[in-house]
Design a protein around this ligand. Structure first.
Ligand code: ADP
Length: 393
C-alpha cells in the first residue's frame, strides 16, 4: 500500500483525496469547509459517505475532522498506507520550477509568495503547517500551479513596463492551471499514441477559472493567465483581459483597490455579464432568448478563439487542440462555437463525435481535420499524487 494524501486547500476550506499514485485510483475524498466560521462542515466519501456540521476553528481542526472521519468508518489514519502528502500550491513564483519537498524554509517561501497570490497561498501555507504537525512522519511535497509554465521564454512572460518597477514588485507572467495543462497534454499524447515531445498542443482549460496554454513538445511556451489568475479568458466571475487603462479610469472615478479586486475577481466574467456565473445557467438563459446571456457566450467564445489564433502563431501551427475542465469537457455547443469557421487552419470538428454522450478522453475532429481535436478530462489530484510519488520514490 503506497498511497498519497492530496491536499487542495483554500483559506476557508480543505479538499482531500487518498490516491494510489500509479493507477490514479481513489480510496477516499472529502471537503472540510467554512473553516473559521462559527459552524464548519465536513463531507467525507470513503467506505461510507458521511456529512456533518462541527466547529472547525482552523486548518488543524480541519485535518482532525478528516482523521476522525476516516476513524469513524473503521480506517484509522495510521492504517491507510499514506506514504506522503502532496499539497497543491497555486503560486510558486520563479523560485519553484518543480515539485518540492517541504521543509521549514520552503514553507516560509510559500507564505512569502502570498504577496503575489493573496487569495491562495496564505491558506495553503496554513494547511501545509497544520498537516506537517499532524503527520510529521511522512514527507510533504508542494506541487505548484505555476511550475509547468516556468519553461515560457522571456518574451512570453515579460510585460512591457518599466523594467525596474517590474523587478521590484515581481511583475511578470507566471501562469496558472499548470498541473492541469501538464496532465492533460500528456494524456492527449497518450490518446494519440504519440510521444508528447513530438506534439504542438493548444490546451483549453475551461472551468470556473479558465486558461489557454500553448504546449510545445511537452513544455509550456505561453499561457493566458499572468501575474495572477485574472488575466486571459472570460471566466465564471473573473473578467480576464481588460485594458489596464480601464482600471485607471475606474480608480480615478472613485474605485479603491479592494473595490477593483471585488469587481474584477468577483463581479465580472459570465456573472458580471448575465447575473449568473455557472455556464450551464448562462446557456439555459441564452436558449430561452435572454439577450445578455447570448452576448456573454459570444464574448466567452470570441476570447477563446482569440487565444487559439494567437497560439497557432506562437507554435507555428498545432497538432492538437484539447478541451478540458467543466465547460470544455461537457459543452459540445461551446466546442462547436470555438471551432466554427476554422477550416482554413485545418481545424474541422466532427459534429457527431462532438455531440456524442461518450465520456473520457476522446477524439472529436473530423477524419480530414489536419489538427486533432480532443476532449481530455483533467485530473489535477491524480497528477499531484503522481508528481509527489515520483519525488519521494
Ligand atoms: P472548477 O474551476 O471549479 O474546478 P469545473 O472544471 O468543475 O470548475 O467547471 C465548472 C464549470 O463547468 C461551470 O461553469 C459549469 O457550468 C460548467 N459545466 C459543468 N457541466 C457542464 C455541462 N454539462 N455543460 C456545460 N457546462 C458545464
Amino acid at each position: 500500500m503506497n498511497r498519497i494524501l492530496v491536499i487542495n486547500a483554500g483559506s476557508s476550506s480543505i479538499k482531500y483525496q487518498l490516491i494510489e499514485p500509479e493507477t490514479g485510483e481513489r480510496f477516499a475524498s472529502g471537503l472540510v469547509e467554512r473553516i473559521g466560521e462559527p459552524e464548519g462542515r465536513i463531507a467525507h466519501r470513503g467506505a461510507h459517505q458521511n456529512e456533518r456540521s462541527l466547529p472547525v476553528p482552523d486548518h488543524t481542526a480541519a485535518f482532525e475532522a478528516m482523521v476522525a472521519a476516516f476513524a469513524g468508518e473503521g480506517a484509522p489514519i495510521d492504517a491507510l498506507g499514506i506514504v506522503a502528502v502532496g499539497h497543491r500550491v497555486v503560486q510558486g513564483g520563479d523560485a519553484f520550477v518543480e515539485p518540492t519537498l517541504i521543509d521549514d524554509e520552503v514553507a516560509e517561501r510559500i507564505l512569502s509568495l502570498g504577496a503575489l497570490a493573496p487569495l491562495h497561498n496564505p491558506g495553503q501555507y496554513q494547511a501545509v503547517a497544520a498537516a506537517r504537525s499532524l503527520f510529521p512522519d511522512v514527507p510533504h511535497v508542494a506541487v505548484f500551479d505555476t511550475a509547468f509554465h516556468q519553461t515560457m521564454p522571456e518574451r512570453a512572460y515579460t510585460y512591457a513596463i518599466d523594467r525596474s518597477a517590474a523587478a521590484e514588485h515581481g511583475v511578470r507572467r507566471y501562469g496558472f492551471h499548470g498541473i492541469s495543462h501538464q496532465v492533460v497534454s500528456r494524456r492527449a499524447a497518450d490518446l494519440l499514441g504519440r510521444p508528447v515531445d513530438e506534439l504542438r498542443q493548444i490546451v483549453l482549460h475551461l472551468g470556473n477559472g479558465a486558461s489557454a496554454c500553448a504546449v510545445d513538445r511537452g513544455r509550456s511556451v505561453d499561457t493566458s493567465m499572468g501575474l495572477t489568475p485574472l488575466e486571459g479568458l472570460v471566466m465564471g466571475s473573473r473578467s480576464g483581459d481588460i485594458d489596464p487603462g480601464a482600471l485607471l479610469h475606474l480608480l480615478r472615478g472613485g474605485y479603491g483597490a479592494d473595490d477593483l479586486d471585488r469587481l474584477l475577481n468577483g463581479r465580472s466574467g459570465l456573472l458580471g455579464l448575465t447575473g449568473v456565473g455557472d455556464f450551464r445557467d448562462v446557456r439555459a438563459a441564452a436558449d430561452a432568448g435572454d439577450e445578455a446571456a447570448r452576448l456573454a457566450i459570444e464574448v466567452y467564445a470570441h476570447r477563446i478563439r482569440h487565444y487559439l489564433g494567437a497560439y497557432l502563431a506562437v507554435l507555428g501551427g498545432a497538432d492538437a487542440i484539447v478541451f478540458t475542465a467543466g465547460v470544455g469537457e461537457n459543452s459540445a455547443a461551446l466546442r462547436a462555437e470555438v471551432c466554427a469557421g476554422l477550416e482554413w487552419f485545418g481545424i474541422r470538428l466532427d459534429a457527431e463525435r462532438n455531440g456524442s454522450a461518450e465520456r473520457g478522453a476522446r477524439r472529436i475532429g473530423a477524419d480530414d481535420s489536419r489538427v486533432e481535436i480532443l476532449v481530455v478530462p483533467t485530473d489535477e489530484e491524480a497528477e499531484i499524487a503522481r508528481q509527489t510519488h515520483r519525488l519521494v520514490g
